[in-house]
Design a protein around this ligand. Structure first.
Ligand code: MG
Length: 277
């Protein structure tokens, strides 16, 4: 199952809709309803219910033809810091003994192809390519032997954009990580990869077409199951909540006009440009 969210023009109104996504000959297609809007799909995604794998009576449209929206509506974006050894080392930090958690506000979400605004008050803004977990069902205090996969709706590409200077000078990370547009996410959510079940994926970040990060989720210090168990000892996760799992080595600064692409096997490419605010 794969899906996206897009802006639909219907009778002069702009409405956000979900569509299932299929891959044919290397191209992603959204399957849009030919008659009534697909209210049922939204209700299922937002309500944490199972989502069908195949669409019927739908018209395929190339994903690139749609005005895509962030495919998640999280009550919270719960991020993991320094979850790859080589990234902790590159910024001169110790490897954490327990998962290092922080929040980004939902107001930081940005659609694929959206423009990330570089704040005038920051002198260094970095990209951080990450695998994001999307929660399917409410969960709290997941047990040590419990399978976490029923709580996972799927996975998505995320850019945990960071004002590095402000992150350092503030000490805590809310402002440096929390500017509007600092959480690009998309283009699709998919459960057809299984990094929680022992099938690692590669996270690749390109700056203006040049590979800058290439890490495998095999190297996560705290793997996905452990993260979900750890987080839910503290707080309830709700359907749609987003958990970026940390970034591999190779983070770096961007300047206005730069283009960042984050690619993960089976999840497509998240592309955003940066501009001065
Ligand atoms: Mg990060």
């Amino acid at each position: 199952m794969r899906y996206c969210k897009y802006l639909s023009s219907e009778n002069g109104a702009s409405l956000s809709r979900y569509a299932l996504v299929e891959k044919r000959n290397g191209v992603y297609w959204a399957t849009l309803p030919m008659q009534a809007p697909q209210e049922d799909l939204s209700a299922r995604i937002l309500g944490g219910l199972p989502v069908p794998t195949l669409a019927v009576n739908f018209e395929p449209v190339p994903l690139s033809d749609l005005k895509l929206l962030p495919p998640v509506t999280p009550s919270k974006i719960l991020c993991v810091g320094r979850n790859y050894r080589d990234h902790a080392a590159e910024l001169g930090n110790e490897v954490p003994k327990e998962p290092l958690l922080f929040l980004k506000p939902p107001s930081s979400l940005l659609a694929p192809k959206g423009v990330v605004r570089i704040p005038a008050i920051s002198t260094r803004v970095d990209y951080e390519g990450e695998l994001g977990i999307v929660i399917a069902r409410r969960c709290y205090k997941i047990g040590p032997d419990e399978d976490v996969r029923p709580y996972i709706r799927g996975y998505v590409c995320v850019n945990d954009v960071t004002a590095r200077d402000i992150q350092k000078s503030d000490g805590q990370w809310t402002r440096g990580k929390g500017f509007d547009t600092f959480c690009p996410v998309g283009p699709i959510v998919s459960d057809e990869i299984d990094p929680a079940g022992g099938a690692p994926v590669t996270v690749i970040t390109r700056l203006n077409g040049v590979v800058r990060q290439q890490g495998s989720t095999r190297d996560l210090i705290f793997p996905i199951a452990e993260l979900l168990r750890y987080i839910t000892q503290t707080m309830t996760l709700e359907p749609g909540d987003l958990i970026p799992t940390g970034t591999p080595a190779g983070v770096g600064a961007v300047k206005p006009g730069d283009r960042i692409q984050i690619e993960i096997d089976g999840l497509g490419i998240l592309e955003n440009e940066f501009a001065a605010e």
